[in-house]
Design a protein around this ligand. Structure first.
Ligand code: SF4
Ligand code: SF4
Length: 305
């Protein structure tokens, strides 16, 4: 385990618990995407995309003011953030830590030495069906031998049986790992939300993979427990302001990145699950988080840490 990569998130977490300032912020740097997935929380809520993005110049100015206000970790989301590579490059220069969440269709320039989370929903047929595109192989080409990449799989009632198939595809691709989130919906009765026996089956498979390949499958026993028991929902630290989200017009999106119409009762987002597990001082979750940090070597990180 890389000690500095454990030290950094642990230090930041303690800072939050003692001062209330997390230093994490989420920026939807664009409301546009090169896909249009049925389940997208951007496209399913007009409030999340029916507005004009601010220019690169204005966004970069905002990044600088955020850094001055002690934001050290920028989580870049969209839409598809790779559509605004200028903003990724700017964030790379400004923030000590940058996480990028992408659908993987555009390969992010290799000069950006940051952690990139790529969405893949299952093996080829499943991913292509769920995303409505013939794009799986292109994404695999883009991520192969890219150690910046951790694949994040959003599980729902359709793709959960294919967890192990996806793992078998990914484990030989030279990426840094595989982690999971669960479908979160605007509708409480959305059949895509994993519940009951299906949820139990998904979590059993996740736990099987966690035990089989703990250096690649980045989920802790405590996280699996939270996905099941949902204690992260009443205790959600995002709703309490731990990570504030901004839209690409720079306004604040609440209660979290999903936007105002989300039904928290369906929440399977890994962020509050991880934070709740960390709050319980779960060592295995700290290990997982340490893996989420890329080997930060940027001047911005060295200056900060
Ligand atoms: S790739 Fe992501 S942002 Fe783009 S449409 Fe699909 S879910 Fe939405
Ligand atoms: S949907 Fe958002 S605000 Fe609600 S519990 Fe999940 S992360 Fe928290």
């Amino acid at each position: 385990m890389n000690i500095s990569s454990v030290y950094y998130p642990a230090k930041e977490f303690v800072r939050f618990l003692t001062t209330g300032n997390s230093g994490f912020k989420n920026y939807d740097i664009t409301n546009r995407c090169n896909l249009q997935c049925d389940f997208c929380y951007i496209y399913n809520q007009p409030d999340n995309f029916e507005f004009d993005e601010v220019t690169d110049e204005k966004f970069i100015e905002f990044f600088h003011s955020e850094k001055k206000n002690n934001v050290h970790t920028a989580i870049l989301t969209g839409g598809e953030p790779a559509l605004r590579i200028n903003l990724i490059k700017a964030a790379d220069k400004i923030f000590p830590v940058v996480f990028i969440f992408s659908n993987g269709l555009i390969k992010i320039d290799s000069s950006i030495r940051r952690r990139i989370f790529i969405s893949l929903d299952g093996p080829k047929e499943i991913h292509n069906k769920m995303r409505g595109c013939n794009c799986f192989e292109r994404i695999i080409d883009n991520i192969t031998d890219d150690r910046r990449v951790i694949v994040t799989t959003l599980l729902n009632s359709e793709n959960y049986p294919y967890i192990t198939d996806l793992y078998e595809v990914l484990k030989t691709k030279g990426i840094s790992g595989l982690t999971f989130s669960m479908h979160t919906s605007e509708e409480y009765y959305d059949p895509a939300v994993l519940r009951g026996a299906k949820l139990d089956r998904a979590l059993t498979m996740m736990d099987y993979l966690r035990k089989k390949d703990p250096s690649f499958v980045l989920v802790s026993k405590e996280m699996i427990k939270q996905f099941k028991e949902k204690n992260h929902i009443p205790n959600c630290m995002l709703r309490k302001g731990y990570i504030i989200s901004h839209k690409s017009d720079l306004s604040v999106k609440s209660p979290c990145v999903f936007g105002k119409n989300i039904d928290c009762r369906t929440c399977g987002c890994s962020s509050p699950v991880i934070l709740h597990s960390l709050k319980k001082l779960d060592i295995e979750t700290f290990r997982i988080i340490s893996r989420f940090y890329y080997r930060e070597k940027s001047p911005a990180f060295r200056e900060y840490s």
